[in-house]
Design a protein around this ligand. Structure first.
Ligand SMILES: Cc1cc2nc3c(=O)[nH]c(=O)nc-3n(C[C@H](O)[C@H](O)[C@H](O)COP(=O)(O)OP(=O)(O)OC[C@H]3O[C@@H](n4cnc5c(N)ncnc54)[C@H](O)[C@@H]3O)c2cc1C
Length: 424
C-alpha cells in the first residue's frame, strides 16, 4: 500500500512556478488577500471574470490537449498551476467546473468518441455547457449499482424516467451526466449506461434542497420522458459502470496537491483565532491545535505520495480513498475545535458564511459565521464522493486485500429480481 514519496520537483518546475507567480502578479487586483476576503456577491463576480482570464490564457484545463481548447501542459506544470493558485487563494475554475472539467471533461478525454470530444470539450471551456452529476437516487447512494432511473431507446433518442437526488449545483447547469438503467434483466452493475442529457427541456425538473446551513447548494432532479440523442452515450450501452468508476477516480484523486495548502491556511487561521480569544493559553486547546497541525503535515505527505504516482504517469485509483477519508474526517474535528474556541459566540454566529464543502476559502475572515458554517459543511465531506464507511471498504478490499463484504442472497441476481425481492 505504501507508495513512494518524492516531494522534490525538478529545476524546470521552479522556473515554471516563477512564470505562474508572474501571471498571478499581473492579473490579480492589487491588494489581493484571497477570495475568502471578498463578500459572496463580489466573490461570484470575480470568479466569473477570473474564469474568462484563465480560458483566454489556456489555464482553465491546463493539461487538456490544445486541440480541444486546453493548455497542453504537462502533469507537473498542471500541479504547479494548482498549487500556486491555491496558495494565492484564487479559484482554478468556475462554480460547476468540478463537474464540467474535472469529472465529465476528463472522463470524455478517456472514454469519449472523437466526435464527442471535439463537440463537448470546447463548449465546456467556453462556458456554453455547464454540467452537474446525476448519480445518486433516493434508493441508490453508497449502493450506486442499485439505481433505478430508466432509459429506453425510442428511434434516435433515449427516453429517461426517474429521479436523482443531491444533484449539486444542478440549478446552475444546462447539462447533466446521468447513470441510467438500460437493461433491468442484467445483474445490477451491468445494464447501466452513462448518458449525457440536456437539462433545458420540459422533461427535466430541478427542485432545491435546503441544507442545515440554510443554503441550497444541491437539488432533487426529476426526469419525466426526458430525451437525449441516441449518440449521447459515453462508452458502450449497458457498460456504463466502468465509465462511472473512471469518473469517481477523478472526483476523488485530484485534490492531493492542493488540499494540504488550503487546510494549512485554515489551521493557521484557527491558531490566530485561539490567540485572539485567549484560548491558546488553555493547555487542552493547545494540545488539540497541535494535533490538527500534525494532521495537516501528514496530509501533505499523503498528498505527495499521490502526486509522485500521478507525475510518474499513474492514474487515480482505490489508494486515493486514503486521502479522501483522511481529510474529510480531519475536517470535522478541526472545525469542531473552531466552534469550541468560539464558545458561546458560536451560538449567535455573525459575519461571512463559508459555502465550501472543504476548508473555507483562503483569506476568509476569522468570524463566527465562517467557522460555524464550515463546521456544518464539514459533515458533508465524509458523505459525498463516497462516505467514510465506503472509503474504508475500498481501502480494506482493494488496497489491503482483505476479504470482500459478503454479497449473500443478492449474488448473481438481476436488478429486476432484486427489486421484486426488496418490495415483497
Ligand atoms: C454535499 C453533497 C453533495 C453531493 N453531490 C452529489 C451530486 O452532485 N451528484 C450525485 O449524484 N450525488 C451527490 N451526492 C450524494 C452522495 O454521493 C451520497 O450521499 C453518498 O454516496 C451516500 O449515499 P446516501 O446518501 O444514499 O447514503 P446511504 O448509502 O443510504 O448510506 C447511509 C449510511 O450507511 C452507510 N453505509 C452504506 N452502505 C454501507 C456499507 N456497505 N458498509 C458500511 N456502511 C455503509 C453509509 O456510510 C452511511 O453512513 C452529494 C452528497 C453530499 C453530502
Amino acid at each position: 500500500m505504501v507508495g513512494r514519496v518524492d516531494p522534490n520537483y525538478p529545476p524546470e518546475a521552479e522556473a515554471y512556478r516563477e512564470k505562474i507567480r508572474a501571471f498571478l502578479g499581473e492579473h490579480l487586483p492589487s491588494g489581493w488577500h484571497g477570495i475568502g476576503a471578498l463578500d459572496h456577491e463580489s466573490a461570484r463576480s470575480f470568479t466569473g471574470e477570473w474564469r474568462s482570464t484563465l480560458y483566454e490564457n489556456g489555464l482553465l484545463a491546463p493539461s487538456w490537449p490544445r486541440e480541444y481548447g486546453g493548455g497542453g501542459l504537462s502533469p507537473l506544470e498542471q500541479v504547479i498551476v494548482a498549487e500556486e493558485f491555491y496558495r494565492a487563494g484564487v479559484p482554478t475554475g468556475g462554480t460547476n467546473d468540478t463537474f464540467s472539467i474535472q469529472m465529465v471533461g476528463n472522463t470524455l478525454l478517456h472514454w469519449g468518441t472523437e466526435e464527442q470530444k471535439s463537440h463537448f470539450l470546447p463548449r465546456i471551456l467556453s462556458g456554453e455547457d455547464v454540467w452537474c452529476q446525476g448519480y445518486s437516487e433516493p434508493g441508490a447512494g453508497s449502493d450506486l449499482g442499485n439505481l433505478g432511473t430508466r432509459a429506453v431507446l425510442d428511434g434516435d433518442e433515449w427516453v429517461i424516467n426517474g429521479q436523482k437526488i443531491w444533484t449539486s449545483a444542478a440549478h446552475l447547469a444546462n447539462w447533466i451526466f446521468v447513470l441510467a438503467r438500460t437493461d433491468p434483466d442484467a445483474p445490477k452493475h451491468k445494464g447501466i449506461t452513462f448518458l449525457l442529457v440536456p437539462m433545458e427541456q420540459p422533461g427535466v425538473e430541478v427542485r432545491p434542497i435546503k441544507m442545515m446551513t440554510g443554503l441550497s447548494e444541491f437539488n432533487e432532479t426529476f426526469f419525466t420522458d426526458a430525451r437525449t440523442a441516441k449518440d449521447n452515450v459515453v462508452g458502450a450501452v449497458n457498460a456504463g459502470w466502468a465509465v462511472a468508476m473512471t469518473l469517481l477516480g477523478y472526483e476523488r484523486g485530484e485534490a492531493a496537491a492542493t488540499f494540504p495548502i488550503m487546510f494549512r491556511a485554515e489551521v493557521d487561521r484557527l491558531m490566530e483565532l485561539a490567540r485572539s480569544t485567549g484560548a491558546s493559553r488553555d493547555p487542552l486547546i493547545r494540545q488539540r491545535l497541535a494535533w490538527c497541525y500534525s494532521k495537516v503535515e501528514i496530509m501533505r505527505f499523503l498528498g505527495m505520495r499521490t502526486l509522485t504516482k500521478f507525475l510518474a504517469g499513474g492514474q487515480p485509483g482505490p489508494a486515493e480513498s486514503t486521502f479522501k477519508l483522511f481529510w474529510s474526517e480531519y475536517h470535522k474535528i478541526v472545525t469542531e475545535l473552531g466552534v469550541d474556541i468560539l464558545g458561546s459566540a458560536a451560538l449567535t454566529p455573525s459575519g461571512r458564511m463559508s459555502t465550501g464543502f472543504q476548508a473555507d476559502d483562503v483569506g476568509a475572515p476569522n468570524d463566527s459565521a465562517s467557522w460555524v458554517t464550515a463546521f456544518l459543511m464539514s459533515r458533508a465531506g465524509s458523505i459525498y464522493a463516497g462516505s467514510s464507511q465506503i472509503q474504508r471498504n475500498i481501502i480494506g478490499e482493494m488496497v489491503l486485500g482483505l476479504p470482500k463484504e459478503p454479497a449473500g442472497a443478492t449474488q448473481g441476481k438481476t436488478w429486476k429480481e432484486l427489486q421484486s425481492t426488496s418490495s415483497s
